[in-house]
Design a protein around this ligand. Sequence first.
Ligand SMILES: N[C@@H](CCC(=O)N[C@@H](CS)C(=O)NCC(=O)O)C(=O)O
Length: 391
Amino acid sequence: MAHSFRAFSVVRRLAFQSGGRGRSVLPPVAAAVSAGACFTLLLPETKQRTPARCAEAASLKASENLSTGTEAPSGLLGKLSEKCREAFEEALPDSFENSFQSELPPGFKLDDYDLELYQYESCPFCRKVRVCLDYLKLPYKVVEVHPLHKKELKGLPTKDYKKVPQLVFRSKSNPEADPMVLIDSKRIVHSLVASVGTATEGSGSSSSSSAPSASRPSASPSSVSGHADEFERRWIKWSDDVLVQLVVMNIYRTWKEASETFDYILTHPQFSFAEKWMAHLSGTAVMWAVARKRRKKYEVENREREAMWGAVRQFVQEVERRGGVFLGGAQPGEGDFAVFGILRSIEGFQCEREMFQKTEVAGWYRRMQAAVGESSALNFVQRGPSPAGGK
Ligand SMILES: N[C@@H](CCC(=O)N[C@@H](CS)C(=O)NCC(=O)O)C(=O)O
């Protein structure tokens, strides 16, 4: 994967070196290949393991789950059940655990900074961060990154990191200073929740914050203390390794659905006519092909919808077991932000409409919508209505 990324980067550089904004000379094939790099990178590598059904994993785990309160979801198909088992049964890798260390120093005053979120509109990881920012009522500016040339990222100090989301903090008192940047959606969400939790802990209100924080809610107790517990972490891993995979396989399932997913870019005010169509056409073609390949890889060909409903139902059952309000308990936690953010990325799509018909997720989804509230983005771009009846 690393090699293919380097190859794609070269193609991308060559394709854009003589094309300015709106005057791209990107050949269609190079554009398609490059767009493929943009989106296939969100799909993690699978390790070679003996396939195991989650149902088996669940029974194996049943004797142990009393200690963590975590039960491996069952009913997932093909190799997704293996991913699921990894999330719930194996030791969480250090690289994953490291994402749960707050990157913001203690006493960090969020209100002293202007926040900018570098994102792709349809990226599930970016939606996770937006959900958290909205919930915490933190105002932020959205910077839409063009998926082919990504020139919006060029001015950032994270030069070698070409993925989104990236959350940029610019000092209000010293706007010329180098901004601080957080990367990786889990880390960003955890850092924000921990920072707001620390700022509000014990005082009942944030002494460090100005107007917006007066109505700032607290996240679930486990998150406020800055430590998403193991139960929540396992669901966060599941959301990245299983739910995101299913979203990709489903929203790019047919040409029509893949095209629908990229429609946002055609109306986005930030890009030129050529940039819009280049990204739309190449993205549709490449992601349709990627989804096909992934369905084969995960052994869910022609069953991708069924697999997605299975996963969503498992999540809903877990919420029920936790008391029926949120995964985090009485208030949303980092696990709720992860799953809601990922599902928000299919907002307004055919897959979302079917999801509300085929699963019982609407209750939790509406509770999340109400808890998260209106977007606190300073330049919110509406993408389409949600059948669950939200903004
Ligand atoms: N683990 C990262 C994954 C981020 C990621 O893979 N983002 C994708 C977009 S959905 C990306 O930027 N891919 C690279 C590219 O577009 O070239 C996170 O949670 O933030």
